[in-house]
Design a protein around this ligand. Sequence first.
Ligand code: ZN
Length: 242
Amino acid sequence: MRVALLSDIHGNLEALEAVCRDLKRQEVDEVICLGDIVGYGPNPGECLDLVRANQWPSLQGNHDEAACKNVSLDDYSPLARAGMEFARACLSSEQKKWLRSLPLTQESHGAHLVHSSLNEPEAWNYITDPLLAELCIMEQKLPVCFHGHTHVACVWERADDSLKFNDQVHTRKLRPDRIYLINVGSVGQPRDRNHHSCYLIWQPDERRITFRRVEYDVETTQKKIMDAGLPAALATRLALGK
Ligand code: ZN
C-alpha cells in the first residue's frame, strides 16, 4: 500500500502536473491532499479542479479558508493577502462551496492528517520549534501525524526522553515505539531552499516514509504570476525555494 500525501499546492499547476506524472511512475494506490490548494499561485481554479477530478480526499488549509469564506485577511503578509484576493476573484461560487466543505482533520491508515497542527487546527498554528511540535504531539492519539503549512519537509520524533528534529530525511522506517509528526513539504511553493516540488509517500504496512522531490517548469509558473499581476516576489521566491 502506497499513499501519497500532498500539501500546499498553492495554485501552481506546473508543479502539480509534474507531481501527477511522478505519482504514476511511483505507482501510488491513493493520494490525499493536506490543504492549501489555492493561494499565492496563478492557477487556483485549475489546481482545485484537478484535485477534484482525481477525487483525492482533501483537507482545508488557511489559504483555502481565506478564498472561500469572508474572513479578515488583515493578519496575513502582503504576499499571502495578494494571493488570497486573487484566488477569491478567480474561483466560482461552486468551487468555493467545495472548499468550504473540506474538513480540518482526518484519520487515514492509522495516522492523523491536518494542514497546520492538531493543537487548535482552526488557529492555523505554524510548527516551527520544539514547543509547538510538543503541543501538536500532545493531541496525538495515533503514533503518526502528517501535516504541511510551513512548506518545510521535516520529521519530529518523540521518544520517552527526547524530541528529535530532522529536515534531511529521504526515506525512513518509522519505529513502533516512537511518536512522529511529519511535515510532507510543499508541492507548489517549497521553502527549504530546494525549489523542486515536494511530497511524501507513506507505506503504512511497512511503516516507511519516502520524500519525493520533483523538478518542474518554474519559469512558466513565474511568467504566469507576472502576467496575472501578482507580486513579482511570488515569482522570485519559487526559484529560490523560500
Ligand atoms: Zn501553505
